[in-house]
Design a protein around this ligand. Structure first.
Ligand SMILES: [Ca+2]
Ligand SMILES: [Ca+2]
Length: 210
């Protein structure tokens, strides 16, 4: 669904550019490989193990996890601005084993300032392979921490409060709109019986172990 929306956005973006209007910043997503079997798809709050190559518009590589440093894939948490905004937007609904090409405009990357090797106003292209997707912290302890009134189920308000706390813990300013969206995303995927609560069973049940 999201992919459909994104590709629709990309199409309308081209139209907007053609018509000379200034388009909203969007990530251009191209799926290069999609595995035949996909038990779960990435969502906000998941931890993803990724290999990534970053290129400038002229094709020069500015980073490659396969060739630099310890050459290990890296873990990153989706949806909390741990990397650039373009990654949070462009790596949703991915399967483990999937490869994508993302073209990220400066507004969703390092902006007007640039950073380190990245000059100001750079459009960046990433080739990203997701090797593994894990749930974010799903321990009994974290459920109890989230369940503020101890009724063994999480209300929407409890989940939002938790997201706010997690943002603060990672040094990000609270963002009510984003928390609302993340909460809705979480409930749409986790609240299986649609009673507007996430039960302890729904919480601890790992969808990727089906
Ligand atoms: Ca509760
Ligand atoms: Ca439920």
């Amino acid at each position: 669904m999201l992919l459909a929306v994104l590709s629709w956005l990309c199409a309308s973006l081209l139209v907007a550019v053609g018509a000379g209007k200034l388009p909203e910043a969007e990530v251009q997503i191209e799926v290069l490989h999609k595995p035949f079997l996909c038990h779960r798809k990435s969502k906000y709050g998941d931890i993803l193990l990724v290999h990534h190559d970053g290129h400038f518009e002229n094709g020069t590589v500015f980073h490659s996890s396969r060739n630099e440093g310890d050459k290990q894939a890296v873990w990153f948490t989706l949806g909390i601005r741990e990397a650039i905004k373009g990654w949070d937007k462009g790596l949703q609904d991915m399967c483990s084993g999937e490869k994508r090409k993302l073209v990220v405009p400066p507004a969703l990357a390092y902006g007007k300032e640039g950073r380190g090797k990245i000059p100001p106003e750079s459009t960046l292209t990433f080739f990203i392979e997701v090797l593994e997707i894990r749930n974010g912290p799903r321990s009994h302890e974290s459920f109890q921490e989230m369940d503020l009134n101890d009724d063994w189920r999480l209300s929407k308000q409890e989940v939002k409060t938790y997201l706010r706390k997690e943002f603060e813990r990672h040094g990000y300013p609270p963002n009510d709109t984003l928390h609302e969206n993340m909460m809705e995303d979480i409930f749409s995927k986790e609240d299986e019986n649609k009673d507007s609560f996430i039960s302890s069973r729904e919480f601890t049940y790992r969808h990727d172990e089906l």
